[in-house]
Design a protein around this ligand. Structure first.
Ligand code: ADP
Ligand code: MG
Length: 492
């Protein structure tokens, strides 16, 4: 009897618990539904605000971290990697050289003929997208795929390229991930970023991997220079313009490199470079600071990413992530404020389904009915007939996220200018400063690019600002790698 009573009691309490949970959920739904999309938007705008005062604090924090990273290995979240490039191209480089540029989304192979007179006579290139399964597979498959494409490229070589008789082909390898450089033509992978994850390669020499794959695929080529894409872009930019002192990539990921005085690099124990300078690959994607305007969406994106806790700056500003942050905001609006009606469109829950080019297309929609926004919502999320006010909210979120990203990128550039003393008038002089820019985000996302340029000018003020230019250097990273292969050729 007692047992039965107990059983009833248990069942009874379970039922009560379930009912209570249901009521709680219902209340939460009701209370959440009191939140409107406008409330969420307002909160987002406040959390993402980047007034000039905050950007200056961020640029100061960047400068502090740059000092710390140069002082000692592991001294900062900024690795400030020594590139072994102490001699940027002079313009006198001559001959046929190749480059292979492995970014985050695509890789490019490229061939240039250098005239020895600061110009490139002809160039050919091929671009191949990287199948996503290869980014998380094994090293041999990835590198065999790349080397096979390289083999095809060499086989299709046109006659106008004149490789000198008896010479081996030479290649600059642009590898856009953090590498501990051991020399100009070797370096070990520190970690993967941007959706790549092939654990076994960490700590291994990436040039050895490429060289072995080339051998397997029958490509007779020597890797003369291993460069980060930022370093390649800097070299490519300098070839045509002596005022180029830094390079910034805004593509799938983000990073920067600049020319530093050798004396300002306490952790460099090698022979002093003849030029007195060394190119530093900052790996600024891994920058973080308490001043960064992080939101709940950033925190969740980070904790659910392949590299939690890492690349926080990159996750706020670069092409791989902007669309994904937008998706997360839209999902919250759908769940808590019924932005797309009573049911949450299932595709809104799929990570990375909304890419930044789509976000950019929606952001640039100038049609009165925001037709592009309507069709992207349909194509990407299967959301039909979103009314105009909803479409306007979507554009507004694009604007908030792109503005925050672009303004933070400008603060990063200001950090470099501060570190190199180019942010202010010194001894009555303002040096002309050019930053070479590359990457699909900077190249194609016009609103983002304009915002970045305007913000940098705003932060520097007119007098200094007019001496600082950002110059798009399309394919600079690949051309720069070919140039560095030339200056480090086995035949010079
Ligand atoms: P990677 O960084 O992989 O070397 P890219 O420099 O070509 O390659 O950059 C590609 C990235 O640029 C894409 O992943 C995307 O995030 C961004 N991107 C490309 N086209 C656009 C566009 N039209 N609008 C906004 N972002 C774009
Ligand atoms: Mg790239």
């Amino acid at each position: 009897m007692g047992k039965v009573t107990m059983g009833v009691a248990v069942v009874g309490s379970a039922a009560v618990c379930a009912a209570a949970a249901l009521i709680m959920r219902h209340r939460m739904r009701i209370s959440n539904r009191c939140v409107t999309a406008a409330d969420i938007l307002k909160e987002l705008e406040e959390k993402c605000a980047t007034p000039a005062s905050k950007l200056k604090q961020i640029s100061d924090a960047m400068t502090v971290e740059m000092h710390a990273g140069l002082a000692s290995e592991g001294g900062s979240k900024l690795k400030m990697l020594i590139s072994y490039v102490d001699n940027l191209p002079t313009g006198e480089e001559q001959g046929v050289f190749y480059a292979l540029d492995l970014g985050g989304t695509n890789f490019r192979v490229l061939r240039v003929q250098l005239t020895g007179k600061s110009s490139i006579e002809c160039q050919e290139f091929a671009e191949v997208s990287i199948p996503p399964q290869l980014m998380v597979g094994d090293a041999e498959t990835l590198f065999d795929y790349i080397a096979a494409e390289l083999a095809k490229f060499v086989a299709d070589e046109s006659e106008k390229f004149q490789l000198l008789a008896g010479r081996q082909r030479e290649l600059g390898f642009t590898f856009s991930f953090p590498v501990m450089q051991l020399s100009i033509d070797s370096g070990t992978l520190i970690r993967w970023t941007k959706g790549f994850s092939i654990e076994k390669m960490i700590g291994q020499d990436v040039v050895v991997h490429l060289a072995e794959a080339m051998k397997r695929q029958g490509v007779n080529m020597r890797v003369s220079a291993l460069v980060n894409d930022t370093v390649g872009t800097l070299a490519g930019g300098r070839y045509g313009n002596k005022d180029v002192v830094a390079a910034v990539i805004l593509g799938t990921g983000s990073n920067a490199a600049y020319v530093e005085r050798a004396q300002a690099i306490p952790k460099w124990h090698g022979p002093p470079p003849k030029t007195g300078e060394m190119v530093i690959n900052m790996e600024w994607g891994n920058f973080r600071s308490s001043h960064l305007p992080l939101t709940e969406y950033d925190n969740k994106l980070d904790s659910e990413s392949l590299n939690p806790g890492e690349q926080i700056f990159e996750k706020m500003i670069s092409g791989m992530y902007l669309g994904e942050i937008l998706r997360r905001v839209l999902l919250r609006m759908a769940e808590d404020a019924a932005l797309f009606g009573d049911t949450v469109p299932p595709k809104l829950k799929t990570q990375f389904i909304l890419r930044t080019p789509e976000m950019s297309a929606m952001h640039h929609d100038t049609s009165p009915d925001l037709n592009v926004v309507g069709s992207k919502l349909k194509d990407v999320f299967d959301i039909s007939d979103a009314p105009l006010p909803t479409r306007k909210i979507v554009v507004e979120i694009c604007n908030i996220m792109a503005t925050r990203g672009a303004r933070l990128a400008a603060a990063g550039i200001l950090g470099i200018l501060k570190k190199t003393g180019r942010d202010t008038v010194r001894d009555g002089d303002i040096p002309d400063t050019v930053v070479a820019m590359d990457g699909g985000l900077y190249e194609h996302y016009t609103e983002y690019r304009h915002c970045l340029e305007n913000t940098l000018h705003e932060l520097l003020g007119d007098e200094v600002g007019k001496h600082v230019k950002l110059v798009l250097s399309t394919d600079g990273s690949g051309i720069g790698a070919a140039l560095l292969a030339a200056s480090h050729s086995q035949y010079v």
